[in-house]
Design a protein around this ligand. Structure first.
Ligand code: ZN
Length: 258
């Protein structure tokens, strides 16, 4: 903890050097590993993608601080988390208040994209304070479990996706205390479980997991996943960390879905 001011001071120097030598670089790097050597990929790296939005120095410090702190906390819970992680941070103009103004994506092993909404009430600063930590917990859980867009370790299928998303949702909610309306499920969610369990393996990911289903429901897979994990926890007595070590099928069985 006490080393933080030193880290940030070093980081500031690094940024100044970087911006001096690479005025045309696409973003700025915060290097937060033991080594500050740019050639060695070591530790946690934070890159600000600033083509469309320039982050203020205060926002950068706040964002970096939250990411560094969250990484430490996640690593204490999931010690096998990859040592080298690159987090790219960018600002977007989408309204994502349902998830606290921050969303993310685990692009590949060791690579996460974080998008912070500029149109969140209070702007980037308020969004980062509200939901950046929970987004890092969520995405780093994906890295740890191997649920990444490239280099994914799992088979295709909405129930598998729902379980993996549900684990990340419950993990983030439990350890950050931040609960997003966007992941909350309705009373009739058990009907939705039956629906996804009979979908073909190649069912439309966007329609069932991400945005709006033609009937108006949104993020069905996330809500079902959250429900399935909580049901598996209640029925088995296992916590989210213990469940995280199980396969999707084992979890679906514990939840009574198959
Ligand atoms: Zn996710």
């Amino acid at each position: 903890m006490n080393t933080k001011p030193i880290i940030f001071f070093t980081t500031l120097i690094l940024i100044s050097i970087l911006s001096f030598f690479h005025a045309s670089a696409r973003g700025t790097d915060y290097s937060i590993g033991k080594s500050q050597n740019k050639k060695a990929k070591a530790g946690l790296k934070i890159k600000f993608e600033e083509e469309k939005h320039k982050f203020t120095a205060d926002d950068k410090d706040l964002i970096a601080k939250i990411i560094v702190q969250s990484e430490k906390q996640v690593r204490a819970l999931l010690p096998e988390l990859a040592k080298d992680i690159k987090v790219t941070v960018t600002a977007i103009d989408r309204k994502i208040e349902m998830v606290g103004g921050v969303t993310g994506r685990a692009d590949a092993p060791g690579e996460v994209l974080i998008e912070i909404s500029r149109v969140f009430p209070g702007g980037v600063t308020a969004a980062a304070k509200t939901a950046l930590a929970s987004a890092i917990f969520h995405e780093f859980h994906h890295l740890w479990r191997g649920w990444t867009i490239n280099g994914n370790k799992f088979e295709q299928g909405i129930p598998i996706a729902a379980v993996n998303e549900g684990l990340a949702v419950v993990f983030a909610e439990k350890y950050t205390g931040v609960i997003s309306e966007g992941n909350s499920y309705p009373k009739e969610v058990s009907e939705w479980v039956k629906e996804i369990m009979v979908l073909p393996k190649n069912a439309d990911y966007q329609k069932w997991m991400m945005q709006q289903h033609p009937d108006g429901r949104v993020s069905i897979g996330y809500k079902v996943g959250n429900y399935l994990i909580r049901r598996a926890m209640t029925k088995s007595g296992k916590d989210v960390l213990e469940l995280s070590n199980l396969s999707p099928d084992e979890i679906l069985k514990l939840a009574g879905a198959m």
